[in-house]
Write a protein that binds this ligand. Structure first.
Ligand SMILES: Cc1ncc(COP(=O)(O)O)c(C=O)c1O
Length: 495
């Protein structure tokens, strides 16, 4: 049923003929929009007295609440005003009211910048929602995060009379958190740095944008591993860089290939666990890369996203700890040890760049959330973080073991897994893209998430063909039972 009003003769000082309020679609909003459009279109004159809410409700056969809500919205936006003891009047300022009736709505085509246009051509990028399933990429053991401890620390923060610390804060980040991180990096990762070199960020993604914006002019060459991290490629290109893919072999990024290009301003690498191939950058390559950066006055963006997860062998020295000439910007994240929804990460910058990065962060969004940073600082200060790192490493090792043992026993699709020494995912190559897509489709239909290796190759550069096909599987997010069950499912659907 529609609430139609035909008024003849109109009991109101304006004509509501043809006002249709469609049921089930928010009557108050429709009434508000209809009255607003009539005021703006000049069909209801300025200074006109409106009917009472009761009168209008009766005429429209809607509840009085509907009319009250519509009037409230018009009041709030200044279209009508109340005169005490008299009633409600149209009060829209004359400048708001066009002389001629409003033209029909035309949705304008967005006029975008070059960057806006590039972003607009991306499909809407949404991460997989819900509890992580096997073999979702990029998520750690979220089920093990000590939410009770976090909640207690949050309550403590709010009890400590925080009015003197919840205003705007240091754009470099919470000083205690930076001091704690400097200690953690020294003890756990062998990286000696001053807290003043640390800038807290909203995760690695913001760190990548900040570093790229700081170091690249439009058209500058930025090198990265190919295959590599698509989000890094986006950050480098969206900030104006021209991305050059550098090959990856069993020792990681083939540093020699950098010499084939003149004037590469920066190189993005994932040395601890190359994303997505899983290779560790050898010491020889690390030294070669550093020598290249020094000789060419280039920078290195070292993304240590899952560096805490090493299951065998000793971790190699971080590029940032080997750097003698201020060429390495180290990026860490809490996404893989705590949880990605936290949006906390950090850059350890060469001293000559730290203040500039802090100033840049100030212009972006001032700083990360004060309470979340303070709670993380306490989480580290009280030893919970270190305990949680150990717990996560143990759990991920157990998940890795389940992955390799059950897989080796069952061999779904006849596929052999590589040895997994680090990280939270593994990659296997396949002979053709067709086989890759077919296997992924069947897995997905059976509820098992697998990524296509072809997704990780830079566009327009080698690797989009069959030679780039494969499967990328994360084992961090699901527990051992779920991993085993998913492997059995794969064996069935890939038979
Ligand atoms: C290569 C790489 N770097 C960094 C990150 C972490 O990004 P963020 O800190 O923005 O969550 C990820 C997450 O999946 C990643 O795969």
């Amino acid at each position: 049923m529609q609430n139609n009003l035909s008024t003849s003769p109109s009991p109101f000082p304006f004509d509501l003929t043809g006002m249709h309020l469609a049921p089930g679609k928010g009557l108050a909003v429709q009434l508000y929009q209809s009255l607003r459009d009539r005021i703006l279109g000049g069909q209801i004159d300025r200074q006109v007295k409106l009917p009472t809410t009761r009168e209008l409700a009766q005429a429209l056969k809607v509840s009085r609440t509907t009319v009250v809500r519509a009037y409230d919205q018009l009041y709030a936006e200044g279209y009508i005003s109340a005169r005490v003891g008299d009633g409600t009047y149209v009060s829209a300022p004359a400048s708001d009211i066009p002389k001629a009736p409003l033209p029909a709505k035309v949705v304008a085509k967005p006029r975008l910048s070059a960057l806006g246009q590039r972003v607009a051509t991306h499909a809407k990028l949404m991460p997989q929602p819900g509890k992580p399933r096997a073999f979702r990429l990029g998520v750690p053991a979220l089920d093990l995060f000590p939410g009770d401890v976090w909640a207690r620390l949050q309550a403590d923060f709010w009890r400590r009379a925080p009015e003197n610390c919840i205003g705007y804060s240091d754009p470099a980040g919470d000083p205690q958190l930076r001091a704690m991180l400097a200690g953690y990096l020294r003890n756990a990762r062998g990286l000696v740095c001053d807290p003043d070199q640390i800038i807290i960020t909203a995760g690695t993604q913001q760190a990548l944008f900040m570093c790229a914006q700081l170091l690249l002019n439009p058209g500058d060459l930025a090198a990265m591993e190919n295959p590599g991290y698509p989000r890094a490629a986006s950050a480098l290109t969206l900030t104006g860089g021209k991305v050059v893919g550098i090959g990856v072999d069993g020792e990681g990024l083939i540093a020699q290939e950098l010499h084939a290009h003149r004037d590469i301003r920066l190189t993005y690498v994932t040395p601890s666990h190359q994303y997505p191939s899983g290779v560790t950058l050898s010491l020889a390559r690390r030294l070669e890369l550093l020598a290249w950066a020094e000789a060419n006055q280039s920078y290195i963006l070292e993304d240590d996203y899952d560096g805490e997860y090493r299951y065998s062998g000793t971790p190699l020295a971080l590029l940032a700890s080997l750097d003698r000439s201020g060429r390495v910007l180290y990026m860490g994240t809490f996404s893989k040890i705590a949880f990605p929804g936290l949006r906390l990460g950090y850059i350890v910058a060469p001293p000559a760049l730290a203040t500039t990065l802090v100033n840049l962060r100030m212009q972006y969004d001032r700083h990360s959330s004060v309470p979340e940073q303070a709670v993380m600082a306490e989480f580290i200060a009280q030893g919970h973080f270190q305990r949680h790192v150990r717990r996560m490493r143990r759990a991920s090792r157990a998940r890795r073991d389940a992955m390799t043992e059950v897989w080796d026993r069952i061999r779904p699709g006849g596929i052999v897994l590589p040895q997994i020494d680090a990280g939270l995912h593994c990659t296997v190559r396949l002979p053709t893209v067709r086989q890759q897509d077919d296997m992924i489709e069947k897995a997905l239909a059976a509820g098992v998430e697998i990524d296509a290796l072809t997704r990780f190759w830079l566009q327009d550069q080698l690797g989009n063909g069959n030679e780039g096909a494969g499967l990328v599987m994360g084992f961090g997010g699901a527990n051992e039972t779920e991993i085993a069950a998913s492997i059995k499912t794969l064996a069935k659907v890939w038979r």
